[in-house]
Design a protein around this ligand. Structure first.
Ligand code: C5P
Length: 315
């Protein structure tokens, strides 16, 4: 007996129309940096948090692999094979054994080299979008495995929410927290900072005894996340890379001071900087702090955001 013919047998797998994926920026509520490892990375003990500033990647069928973009960083960001979006598409195609053919378009709102993991977010979006476009149907864990080879933050941006990151940051596990929305002000600086340089600067500061004491355990922060009080959370935020970012960009001290003077509960440098993020008591306070930060002229732009939000998702 022959099997019945089904119309879908002759159709290519995957989506025929465009696939649009939205992916958030990340901040580190706690970024504990351990010693430099032999592979050139530092051992991390971090709590990632995805916030509502998004990039969007649209994938369409094509005869080759191309990338175009608009928004933040247009004209600055290379669109050749060094771009993490194209590296992600190639990595997925290689893993799944398909041709890496797609027309990709990126709409960026996350600044380049800002400490918000914008490039990593775009790579996560490319994995999710191409997986749907090509019908490769990988699990989130399989995608996270490919993501880890692309960058330490990429697996987190597949998952989103609030999560603990260990290893070099690529080993991610969700954090148990009350379903609370936290209100942030994100002060975006002019220009970026290099992440490898920030880590090198921290090593140098530690060697010369000029760095502050390391943050240590995430226990205090994790306990604060189980409560609903932003004041409690504010007291536990911390970033070992902050001293390095301040040494490389001393003007960030004025940004942090201005945010706290405007009524933020706490301000920290996000990741390797230069973006500074401020926790506020509620949405109205966030609006006020953002207006004051912009008026003080201590950042290029102040945006409000909330978190946690999901990772890379098809819209
Ligand atoms: O993993 P990713 O490519 O995003 O990291 C960029 C750079 O940041 C690394 O090349 C390394 O210099 C530094 N880094 C580090 N330790 C980590 C993560 C990143 O030293 N855990």
């Amino acid at each position: 007996m022959t099997e019945a013919w089904r119309p879908e047998d002759d159709e290519p797998r995957g989506a025929s129309g465009p696939v649009r994926v939205r992916v958030p920026a990340k901040v580190n509520l706690h970024l504990g940096v351990g010693p430099l490892r032999r592979d050139g990375y530092h051992e991390l003990n971090t709590v990632y948090h995805a916030i509502s500033i998004y990039d969007e990647l649209t994938a369409r069928r094509g005869d080759t692999l191309t990338l175009t973009m608009e928004g933040e960083g247009t004209g600055e960001l290379a669109l050749d094979d060094s771009n993490l979006v194209l590296r992600a598409a190639h990595a997925l195609a290689g893993y799944a054994g398909v041709m890496p053919h797609a027309r990709l378009h990126l709409r960026k709102q996350i600044p380049l080299a800002g400490g918000l993991a914008g490039g990593s977010a775009d790579a996560a979006a490319a994995l999710v979008a191409c997986d749907a476009l090509w019908g490769t149907g990988l699990s989130r864990d399989e995608l996270a495995g490919i993501a880890a080879d692309l960058g330490s933050d990429v697996p987190f941006l597949i998952h989103g929410g609030t999560a603990l990151g260990t290893g070099r940051g690529e080993a991610v596990s969700p954090v148990l927290a009350r379903p609370t929305s936290w209100h942030w002000v994100v002060a975006i600086a002019d220009g970026g900072l290099s992440t490898p340089q920030a880590y090198r600067e921290l090593d140098r500061l530690r060697e010369t005894g000029a760095a502050g004491p390391p943050l240590g355990s995430t226990d205090g922060l994790l306990a604060a996340l189980r409560q609903r009080d932003p004041r409690v959370l504010a007291a536990t935020l911390g970033n070992d890379l902050q001293d390095a970012a301040l040494a490389m960009r001393p003007s960030l001290a004025a940004t942090l001071k201005a945010g706290e003077a405007a009524g933020a509960l706490a301000g920290i440098v996000s990741g390797s900087g230069p973006t500074c993020v401020f926790l506020t008591a509620d949405a109205a306070d966030a609006e006020r702090v953002a207006v004051e930060l912009e008026a003080a002229g201590v950042c290029r732009q102040a945006r409000i955001a909330h978190g946690p939000v999901p990772g890379a998702r098809i819209t």
